[in-house]
Design a protein around this ligand. Structure first.
Ligand code: DGT
Ligand code: CA
Ligand code: CA
Ligand code: ZN
Length: 579
């Protein structure tokens, strides 16, 4: 059982308790449990089963939680969850997947309108009854209406990091069984899309039947949907569907190419093949009956007159023309990243000290980080006012003075307020090494006002970057309306960076917008928005985004050594003096 599966059970208990109107402290305890489990870097299943470590040695896990985790790992279920779920209509939990609907609103819908399913809800919306409830304005009802249409689609896609946890464990299991030569997860996972519908796994092996049997016997399998000698499909606990195909070694490249997709990329490739009098399918590239290429992707692309195209670019967005002209970008890679430029500490809503974050970042091989706790407006996260911020900066100065080979930049995640003003005065911002501006409030304002706020921030002399620029939360919140071209023009003109936030829930900027921003001449910074040391690994996903947007190392300022990074910031050009 993977950590996300365990965490989901705790989250469901919290949801169920909240729908039943239970004590908020009890609800919060389960939410915290889910977070601790989700954030733990190693499989807790292994920790429990190996018995080498006591669960309670893990920060955030006490006796009670340890007992529950052990129960889940050994029985696959949490008795309390089952008990609570039995007390409520089964369709009610599905409603939580609709964007905008949390447990509180679901409770209201259930208590007042006796809604017990998505169908009930759709009827109540159309009859105009939802609008009359407290806490449901016309905007919310509109959102629910859209959400009802999307719910099917949203609920079946997994965030990339969760798919990665599942894929990594499954691949390790299959390989441990032996008899497999090549093994790769293709599909949207290999293209590093921010959400994944299902996993498409390819293998070459001597004995397909044996590999399929081992696959079907994987302990995380909830149901075997199909099983034959060369192909099997299963559904894992947590709902993710996985296809495994055994393919011939001499056609492995053709299968990998086909099942990596995207569909649109495949269609363009097949057309190109036809124009050359060839035929391309999952078994190879053919001239008449003769197979001209099949063993590797590279030889198939070559036979089509193309350079090999990195999977992240295979979306039919012009990559085939670039490959023909040998003009594909040299995509930025994870090992080119030298620092992480957004993270939080215990001073605001993070879970570790800045010292611990710095040591962890150094351990990853970075040369620098920026500590960017929230500014004061974000009271929920204990945002910092000027005096607390200066206190932290003094401690950072002392740490830097005592440390060689690594530098902490004194930063802040600065709120851009509803009226467009900034949450901290200029003299404080001028003292910082790095300021990333973001919006957390008033997000339902008009496109015009939201654009004005971000453009103003981008042009402000002491704002170095705009953080999570669209505000989207995958599966939970759509991007706010924004004239993105206007923001890009302002950012490019002023030398303000746009952030690619690798937090798996955000993945913000989206790849297509990042590509558009590059077209405007914008430069980028990659960051993780870490709230604890384990989150620093999210840089991987920021790099995925950057690669899908076609960015090269030169487009990303934090691929530069510290002195160059600092010289590349807007504030290095003189900040306030320029105005
Ligand atoms: P997903 O699973 O929704 O996140 O997205 P993909 O891209 O993994 O799509 P999936 O799982 O339906 O199919 C995997 C790949 O197989 C897809 O990227 C391209 C290839 N493929 C599947 N069906 C077709 C098809 O009808 N035509 C073509 N040309 N390729 C297909
Ligand atoms: Ca797929
Ligand atoms: Ca598939
Ligand atoms: Zn935060």
């Amino acid at each position: 059982m993977q950590n996300p599966d365990i965490a989901r059970l705790f989250d469901e208990v919290a949801d169920l308790l909240e729908i039943q109107g239970a004590n908020p402290f009890r609800v919060r305890a389960y939410r915290n449990a889910a977070r601790v489990v989700r954030d733990y870097p190693d499989p807790l299943d292994d920790v429990v089963r190996s018995g080498e470590r006591d669960l309670t040695e893990i920060p955030g896990i006490g006796d009670d939680l340890a007992e529950k985790i052990t129960a889940i790992v050994t029985t696959g279920e949490l008795p309390l969850r089952k008990e609570l779920a039995a007390q409520l209509p089964p369709g009610l939990l599905d409603l939580l997947r609709i964007p905008g609907l949390g447990p509180k609103r679901v409770k209201e819908l259930h208590d007042k309108l006796h809604v017990t399913s998505a169908t009930d809800l759709a009827q109540a919306v159309e009859a105009g009854r939802v609008e009359e409830l407290k806490g449901f304005g016309p905007k919310m009802v509109e959102k629910i209406r859209t959400g009802l249409g999307q719910a099917e689609r949203v609920e079946r896609r997994l965030l990339l990091d969760e798919a990665e946890t599942q894929a990594t464990a499954l691949v390790a299991y299959l390989k441990a069984g032996g008899g497999i030569r090549d093994l790769e997860v293709a599909g949207s996972y290999r293209r590093r899309r921010e959400t994944v519908g299902d996993l498409d796994v390819l293998a070459t092996c001597a004995d397909g039947t044996a590999v399929m049997s081992r696959f079907a016997a994987y302990p995380d399998v909830a149901a075997v949907l199909a099983q034959g000698p060369t192909r099997a499909t299963v559904r894992l606990r947590g709902g993710l569907q996985v296809d495994l195909r055994a393919v011939e070694p001499d056609a492995y490249g053709a299968a990998l190419l086909y099942f990596t997709g995207s569909k649109a990329h495949n269609v363009e490739l097949r057309q190109l093949a036809q124009e050359k009098g060839l035929k391309l399918n999952e078994y190879g590239l053919y001239r008449g009956q003769r197979r001209v290429a099949a063993a590797t992707e590279a030889e198939i692309y070559r036979a089509l007159g193309l350079d090999w195209i990195p999977p992240e670019l295979r979306e039919a967005r012009g990559e085939i023309a670039l490959a023909r002209e040998h003009r594909l970008p040299t995509l930025v890679s994870a090992d080119a990243i030298r620092g992480d430029l957004q993270m939080h500490t215990t001073a605001s809503d993070g879970q570790a000290t800045f010292q611990a974050m710095a040591e962890a970042a150094r351990g990853r091989g970075y040369a620098y980080i920026a500590i960017t706790d929230h500014s004061k407006r974000v009271t929920m996260a204990r945002g910092l006012d000027p005096s607390r911020l200066r206190e932290q900066w003094k401690e950072i100065d002392a740490w830097n003075a005592a440390t060689r080979g690594f530098t902490i930049l004194k930063g802040v995640e600065l709120d851009v307020l509803e009226d467009g003003t900034l949450d901290l005065p200029d003299d404080v911002l001028a003292e910082a090494d790095y300021v990333v501006a973001t919006m957390h409030y008033g997000l339902n304002q008009s496109e015009r006002q939201l654009t004005k706020r971000l453009v103003g921030a981008a042009e402000h002399p002491w704002v170095d970057a705009i953080g999570h620029p669209t505000g989207r939360l995958l599966g939970k919140r759509e991007p706010y309306p924004l004239d993105f071209d206007a923001l890009c023009r302002a950012a490019a003109g002023a030398g303000c960076l746009l952030e690619l936030n690798g937090n798996p829930e955000r993945m913000d900027l989206p790849d297509t917008l990042a590509a558009a921003a590059k077209g405007h001449g914008v430069r980028f910074v990659l960051s993780t928005d870490s709230h604890q040391p384990g989150h620093l690994a999210f840089m991987r996903y920021a790099v995925d985004l950057a690669r899908r947007a076609g960015l090269e190392a030169g487009d990303v300022l934090n691929t530069r050594p510290l002195d160059e990074f600092r010289r590349g910031l807007k504030r290095a050009a003189g900040g306030g003096r320029r105005r």
